[in-house]
Design a protein around this ligand. Structure first.
Ligand SMILES: Cc1ncc(COP(=O)(O)O)c(C=O)c1O
Length: 383
């Protein structure tokens, strides 16, 4: 299957205004930071975008019935999740959604809870919206990160109104099990918290025996308190196109969310809808091949990092992101240290995880090998 799509092809992204590659425009740096992949999007998506561009008229757009139905049938097929068309609220990106949820689900001065480490906008969104941030640490059980439910419960106060959940998890790569999610849901229901479930990585599951369970499918009670954020952008490498959506079953909560974005958050553009439909309708063979390729990269990263004295990492169940523990090496500022060695990764401090670094392995294997060699050499030079 993989040979039909060429994930080994090196595409030069320098000089394209890439947020991930901008440092490499001027320095010899291998960028393994920002979470997009160095692969071209599926051929079916490129063809659909090309056809839309050839049409030449880029007026205001709306999601067609075919797009809505494609999403509905995908969620039903993948998770037995049946959603109504009107539950979908389109967004140009998930980060806008995370910020809007803080306004929709909490009043001024209320608290937003999350478990750290976590994708940095989870930590900045509450403050952006003048809500208080409350965190509890994830805990490491063996080589598996999981919730510390006692710490979460202890962090909840009468002002806590919202829990921001990342599942699958960026940066620790966990696919939370049904049991873990049920315990979390029970906690949130008992404390009357809204849950915002960012499930952007749900189609990047790298183990055959792991399955994504959407939070909102646990029970009708949980669904009524859940805002799910989704996008084809991680799976099909469309982050720069700007297309995402929220699924909000509860009418009142959906109205609050729509009010929070009204007049501020722009509509999705014509190319976004086109790419989304093509990806979900026609990108499935490419998606399967991508997962195969990412599994190979994941294994290479896990083995190499765990063979490197001073560094360790954990099984990445989903995403193309590895969370690397540098604490045993005593490196004070891992981001700066590895940048000096010619590899740009995202320092854990921004995720609430100092002493860690996040490595993006969504790139051709040859270049990944080069990045890993630079990491190993930097570690050898220290010892
Ligand atoms: C968990 C998570 N949420 C949201 C985003 C970004 O979403 P968007 O680009 O749609 O704002 C990312 C990107 O890395 C992510 O990992």
């Amino acid at each position: 299957m993989s040979e039909r799509f060429d994930f080994d092809r090196i595409i030069d992204r320098r000089g394209t205004g890439s947020a991930k590659w901008h440092k490499a425009d001027v320095e010899d740096v291998i960028p393994l930071g920002v979470a997009d992949m160095d692969f071209a999007s599926p051929p079916a998506v490129l063809a659909a975008l090309q056809a839309r561009i050839d049409h030449g008229v880029f007026g205001y757009s709306y999601p067609t019935d075919e797009l809505t139905e494609t999403i509905q049938s995908r969620l039903k097929k993948n998770y037995a999740w049946e959603i109504e068309a009107e539950w979908i609220v389109w967004l140009p990106g998930l980060v806008a959604g995370l910020n809007a949820v803080c306004r929709a689900a909490c009043g001024m001065g209320d608290q937003v809870l999350s478990a750290v480490p976590v994708y940095p906008p989870f930590l900045t969104a509450p403050k952006n919206m003048q809500r208080e941030l409350n965190t509890a640490p994830l805990q490491l059980e063996g080589d598996r990160w999981t919730f510390d439910f006692e710490a979460l419960e202890a962090a909840i106060t009468s002002k806590t109104k919202l829990f921001l959940l990342c599942n699958p998890h960026n940066p620790v790569g966990r696919v939370f099990s049904r049991d873990e999610l049920e315990t979390l849901a029970d906690l949130c229901l008992r404390h009357d918290l809204i849950v915002c479930a960012d499930e952007i990585h749900c189609e990047l599951i790298l183990y055959a025996d792991k399955e994504h369970v959407p939070m909102a499918t646990l029970s009708p009670q949980v669904a009524a308190k859940t805002i799910t954020l989704l996008s084809p952008s991680k799976t099909f490498n469309l982050a720069g196109i700007g297309v995402a959506f929220a699924i909000i079953p509860d009418d009142e909560l959906r109205l609050k969310f729509k009010k929070a974005i009204a007049g501020i958050v722009p509509h999705v553009n014509a190319l976004g809808y086109t790419a989304c439909l093509a990806a979900y309708r026609d990108g499935n063979a490419w998606h399967r091949a991508l997962l195969d390729y990412l599994r190979g990269n994941r294994d290479l990263v896990t083995n190499t990092i765990n063979e490197t004295p001073g560094l360790s990492t954990y099984p990445v169940e989903a995403t193309y992101l590895a969370w690397i523990d540098c604490r045993a090496a005593g490196i004070e500022n891992p981001g700066e240290f590895f940048l000096q060695a010619g590899v740009y990764m995202w320092d854990g401090v921004d995720f609430g995880g100092p002493g860690f670094i996040r490595l993006n392995f969504g790139l051709p294997r040859e270049r990944l090998r080069e990045g890993l060699s630079r990491i190993q050499e930097a570690m050898q030079d220290r010892s």
